[in-house]
Write a protein that binds this ligand. Structure first.
Ligand SMILES: [Zn+2]
Length: 407
């Protein structure tokens, strides 16, 4: 691993002005500076459109993707043909670990556009020998009709969309499109490693639900543990560290920290000690099936900036979701953090419930499991928005804490 890091640094520092300016003479991992997305964005703003994190002349690059985000937060990422081949191989490993291979027909329900997930999945499914059914640019009914026509055996999408698509199938008499599907392979949100979400997707689809993880600026860095749930990090292709986002120090066993990663196979647009923003639990507990790579039984727990401090407690909205999803009658939901007139932090969860009496049970369970007092507002099914891509279900209406004042 040290050898590969040294080789990567030699190549990168020979041609990459951005990295040369940051890294200087440092060569040991712990001496290399952490990189944030903000720094890459600032570099691209100063040197539009592609910035200076480029190891080779522009004509060497063949693939362009961009991250979703509002103006000023869209990052452009370039790949050379070699780097893209590495992406493809990684996604191929994800597909094989999910049990996808020759004979499978893989329906790809990501948007057809500049975002990497569609393209990387498209390549990865083919790398595993499967036939790909691209569904970008179609609405949900058209997607289901297409899956039915071609007998899709696997579906790739976000966990929110898997639940949404099953609902659309039930409402439109298209449940037979679900029947041949054996695997739903999800990414883009933490859901598929949360047992309650996974069980819900599995029961709606009558299929296995598996998780994987990655990002445009990083690559595909985690594959599903098909036997015991959660994720495994591709530690042969990435140096992975789990650090306290506030101090940058490694977190102790059992604690949750930010995944910081160095992609050893990505040379053209390198990320070195990159702060992914993903929060994961550090565990050296081996997976009982003996798969290689650090096991994250809970997958990605949330984003650094998703973590909410409420009445002095750290809460991931995904932990609230996990409890809501255990309630069979609960549909879509929306979480709002706000201040009451006495400036107490409050949490309100609007949730679609067929039977409003379930609200009391959910409230009790949230209190028991998270120690959190939550106001549950039952709403009629079908009122809250459903999500095709990444879900936006959390609203924080509390005024920012003034500097120098403890929350
Ligand atoms: Zn495993």
């Amino acid at each position: 691993m040290d050898g590969r890091l040294a080789t990567l640094l030699d190549t990168v520092l020979a041609g990459n002005a951005f990295q040369r300016g940051r890294i200087g003479e440092a060569r040991a991992l712990a001496d290399l500076p952490l990189t944030t997305k903000g720094e890459l964005l600032a570099d691209q703003a100063a040197h539009p459109p592609f910035g200076t994190n480029l190891t080779f002349p522009l004509e060497r690059y063949t693939h362009l993707h961009q991250t979703s985000g509002s103006t000023g937060t869209t990052l452009r990422v370039l790949d050379t043909a070699e780097d893209w081949a590495w992406w493809r191989a990684q996604l191929g490993r994800v597909m094989r670990a999910s049990g996808i291979g020759p004979g499978d027909r893989v329906a790809l329900a990501y948007s057809f556009g500049p975002y990497v997930q569609f393209w990387a999945s498209y390549e990865g499914a083919q790398d595993a020998g499967a036939l790909v059914i691209p569904l970008g640019g179609m609405d949900s009914v058209q997607r289901l009709e297409t899956m039915r026509e071609y007998g899709a055996t696997a579906l790739l999408c976000t966990p929110s969309y898997a639940l949404h698509l099953a609902k659309v199938a039930a409402e439109n008499g298209l449940l037979d499109a679900l029947a041949p599907v054996e695997r739903v392979v999800c990414t883009g949100e933490p859901g598929a490693s949360m047992p309650a979400v996974r069980e819900r997707i599995e029961s709606a689809w009558g299929a296995r639900c598996l998780d994987h993880a990655g990002a445009s600026e990083v690559g595909s860095l985690a594959y599903p543990c098909a036997d015991h749930g959660g994720l495994h990090l591709f530690e042969d292709e990435y140096i992975c560290e789990i650090l306290d986002p506030a101090t940058g120090a490694p977190v102790p066993e059992g604690a949750t920290g930010e995944l910081v990663t160095t992609a050893l196979g990505r040379v053209g647009f390198p990320v070195i000690r990159y702060r992914t923003g993903d929060m994961v639990e550090r565990t050296r507990r081996p997976c009982p099936a003996g798969h290689p790579g650090m096991w994250l039984p809970q997958g990605i727990r949330g984003r650094v900036d998703d973590m909410v401090v409420i009445r002095g407690m750290n809460v991931f909205p995904s932990a609230i979701e996990e409890i809501l999803r255990r309630s069979a009658g609960a549909g879509e939901f929306s979480i709002t953090f706000y201040n009451d007139p006495h400036a107490m932090d409050e949490v309100k969860v609007e949730v679609e419930l067929a039977n409003a009496r379930e609200a009391r049970d959910i409230q009790a369970r949230l209190r028991q499991t998270l120690g959190l007092r939550v106001r549950i507002v039952p709403v009629k099914p079908g009122i809250l928005p459903t999500y095709g891509g990444k879900a936006r279900r959390v609203l924080d209406l509390r005024p920012p804490v003034p500097a120098g004042r403890e929350p």
